[in-house]
Write a protein that binds this ligand. Sequence first.
Ligand SMILES: [Zn+2]
Length: 114
Amino acid sequence: MECGEEMAGRQDKRFCSDNCRSTYNYRLNSDSTNFVRSINRILLRNRRILAELNTGGKTRVHRDKLLEHGFRFGYFTNEFATKSGNVYRFCYDQGYLETENGFFALVVRKAYVE
Ligand SMILES: [Zn+2]
């Protein structure tokens, strides 16, 4: 599982050597891996919150409602600025645009945006 070496012998054997086993386990639990995981969790939770609240394909939600659900505004996967200067922020396919008085318009984007 670490080096991709073909292995003979027992079917349930996962590593060719103790060295590969420890390298694999170290990488699995390293700080950078955990850091990436925790950010992925936040992004996925943000996405789920937006998807849950966006019942009609295009919904208006207040900031407090998003915060209530545990939404983290500092985390998003990409931004999209329209020619008119509106900046949409996305968590994967689920996006939001700040409108007025603390409200956000929720949108769903099907095509990938750079
Ligand atoms: Zn190996």
